[in-house]
Design a protein around this ligand. Structure first.
Ligand code: ADE
Length: 233
């Protein structure tokens, strides 16, 4: 969402790409600049022209990722944003996590082989040194197209040890895998999935503080990446 991207764009002094690096009708908007010698591109999914709200979920995420990887040819992609966190996995509001793997909790296809395809478990780039250096928590990221969840979604998330719930990472992982580009997830917790507060209320209350926590961490992540081989992360 724009509210998640803007603090980082400002903190890094990135400029909107004009003329656009990704041309319409794809709705994504890109910003570029430099940080500690790294070329950095921030991509957000733009707004829905019919509803006037930010595009969210797996469909815009995979489209933006596919086009952005094609346009920018990155060494690594970072899915950065907010998420719900499971207190049973040690998550608290405002925590910033690194993802260890992604799954989908709302792609249930009970047919031979399609069941595993639907779950779409995929490991993310291993970053143990980064995690230790920045003192971040780590866990499995579970993606789906709803802010809420069904009992079945919850069963899948807990059954696979999900620590984080959001709406994009597994789709971004799929598009990155097509191009064999490594993916990291850096996610700030806005709400507690296994808590007792209504998600939407808790999310709106904490969106800006979580985006600020993300903006505090992402430049440090980029600084750690600068000049390193992937294996050193
Ligand atoms: N983004 C932030 N919190 C979320 C949640 N609980 N579910 C999906 N996406 C989110």
């Amino acid at each position: 969402m724009e509210a998640e991207a803007q603090p980082l764009i400002q903190a890094l002094g990135l400029k909107e790409d004009v003329p656009a690096k990704i041309v319409g009708p794809a709705p994504c908007v890109t910003y570029s600049g430099e940080h500690q010698g790294l070329a950095v591109h921030v991509v957000w999914n733009g707004k829905c022209k019919d509803h006037g709200v930010d595009n969210v979920g797996t469909v815009p995420a995979s489209l933006s990722t596919y086009l952005a990887v094609l346009a920018f040819k990155p060494d690594v992609v970072i899915s950065a944003g907010t998420c719900g966190g499971f207190k049973a996995q040690g998550a608290a509001i405002g925590d910033v996590f690194l993802g260890s793997a992604v799954i989908n909790h709302d792609r249930r296809i009970p047919l031979p082989a399609f069941d595993k395809y639907g779950l779409g478990h995929a490991a993310l780039l291993a970053t143990p040194h980064l995690q230790a250096a920045l003192g971040l928590k780590s866990g499995v990221v579970s993606s789906g197209n709803s802010l809420d969840y069904t009992d079945k979604c919850m069963e899948i998330m807990t059954g696979h040890g999900a620590a984080l719930k959001e709406m994009e990472a597994a789709a971004i992982a799929w598009a990155c895998a097509l191009y064999k580009v490594p993916l990291m997830c850096v996610k700030a917790v806005t709400d507690i999935v296994d808590g007792d507060r209504p998600t939407a209320e808790e999310f709106l209350e904490n969106l800006h503080s979580a985006a600020a926590a993300l903006q505090g961490t992402l430049p440090k992540v980029l600084g750690f990446l600068a000049g390193k081989e992937l294996q050193a992360l």
